[in-house]
Design a protein. Structure first.
Length: 438
């Protein structure tokens, strides 16, 4: 490796790596991960796996530029910007990251820096390694070159000019620079609708079931590019000389097996709001706006809902509500069957549910001495227990015994005949559950 500096950087906090393959700039807390990439390949899957620590939800802001032959592969996420020659890419509008490629020529300059005004500070040289920076400028050395390339004199024999080059242009200079490919993960611009293909020539349609649609009589046939037959390549339509259509080599009539009056039947189209039954999201990169390729449009979502609504509802097997063994007869006159869970209080609240089948019944009591959630009564088969959740306490009176306060937060088993005292004049007696209708 040459000891001549190939990059300069401004001191800062971003974890920065420079290798022969490319440059990595990442958030300050990923210095160890960036240093680990020094001995790894800078392919996109490897960089994402290392910087995210195996969890895409923890992927930080980063920018990567990797040389791949005569191209630079660019990945950007977050408020960082990458410039390769005249191509500039940032990751502000990407859900995951932004991908792009740019052509690399001798003497190209790669800049990576945070968005916004450039930071002030000295420009320090860098050959390779890991530093903390506020931005880096890299002048990569292409494969097969050991020093900065210099212009070469033109050969004695001028080569043939490139197609489309202007008169007097340098040999090999093309009219347009190489196109740059952009792949934005989140919201690519919609592609322009493709122009419909030109109708086939009449001579190639002889013998088809459907009679071909040719140009009107007296007009010249057009080529697929829109230029009339006989015109020189690249000439406008008005410059082409008039040429009558060539006579057909065979009669244009259809074979007897296909009567002309019977048009081909088209299969009935499905309603536009319902997708095919086996519809699945398309693969990544096939028109999907998300990097994983599982995003659907609002129209597709509406179509899926319409398809699900059209299907007959299949009742899901649900366990029927258990039959209550006991009930609580309140001194207010209300009888509450205990099936699974019952919360009693001035304004009872559900803290834990554990599934819809364990949704408790709420019993509200209008008593200032009753806590917001005073009691919890649970039934598991034939076993019924009560837990005191109140501030003022609850008394339990069993048959033939003196009332005893319940231990707060501890489930106590109760039976028919027990009486719970919640406040002065408000009690709940444990009685057999009344017969239920149905």
């Amino acid at each position: 490796m040459s000891t001549d500096p190939v990059a300069t950087y401004r001191p800062g906090e971003l974890a920065t790596l420079l290798t022969d393959q490319g440059v990595v700039v990442c958030a300050p807390d990923r210095l160890a991960e960036v240093a680990a990439l020094r001995e790894r390949d800078l392919e996109a899957p490897t960089v994402v796996e290392v910087l995210s620590r195996g969890d895409l939800r923890a992927l930080p802001e980063f920018a990567v530029v990797r040389l791949d032959g005569a191209e630079a592969r660019i990945l950007v996420r977050g408020a960082l910007a990458v410039r390769v020659a005249d191509v500039e890419v940032d990751g502000r509008d990407a859900t995951m990251w932004t991908e792009a490629t740019a052509p690399v020529a001798p003497g190209v300059v790669v800049d990576i820096a945070p968005l916004g005004p450039p930071s002030a500070g000295p420009e320090l040289p860098l050959v390779a390694g890991v530093v903390r920076s506020a931005g880096i400028t890299w002048r990569p050395t292409l494969a097969g070159t050991t020093e900065r390339p210099t212009p070469q004199p033109a050969p004695a024999a001028a080569p043939v000019a490139a197609l489309g080059a202007a008169p007097g242009a340098a040999p090999g200079a093309a009219e347009h620079p190489p196109a740059t490919e952009y792949t934005v993960v989140r919201a690519p611009r919609p592609a322009a609708p493709a122009s419909p293909p030109a109708p086939p020539a009449p001579a190639s349609s002889i013998g088809a079931t459907t009679p071909p649609v040719g140009p009107p009589a007296g007009r010249p046939a057009s080529s697929p590019t829109g230029t009339p037959a006989g015109a020189p390549l690249g000439a406008p339509p008005s410059a082409a000389p008039f040429a009558p259509p060539a006579p057909p080599t065979a009669p244009p009539s259809a074979p007897p097996s296909a009567p002309p009056s019977a048009p081909p039947s088209a299969p009935p189209s499905a309603p536009p709001s319902a997708p095919p039954p086996a519809w699945q999201p398309g693969p990544a990169g096939a028109g999907s706006a998300e990097h994983d390729g599982r995003t659907i449009t609002p129209a597709q979502l509406q179509a899926l809902r319409a398809a699900n609504a059209a299907q007959p509802a299949v009742p899901s097997p649900q366990a029927s509500a258990p039959r209550a063994v006991v009930a609580l007869a309140l001194s207010t006159g209300r009888v509450v069957p205990v099936r699974r869970r019952v919360l009693i209080g001035r304004s009872p609240r559900i803290q834990q549910v554990g599934g819809s089948q364990n949704l408790p019944a709420l019993v509200t009591l209008d008593d200032p001495y009753v806590s917001s959630t005073h009691l919890e009564v649970t039934a598991e088969g034939a076993r019924v227990s009560v837990t005191d959740l109140s501030t003022n306490g609850t008394l339990l009176a069993r048959q033939g015994r003196l009332p005893q306060p319940l231990e707060p937060g501890v489930a106590t088993e109760i039976a028919v005949g027990d009486v719970l005292t919640l406040s002065k004049g408000l009690t709940a007696s444990v009685v057999p559950a009344p017969d239920e209708v149905g």
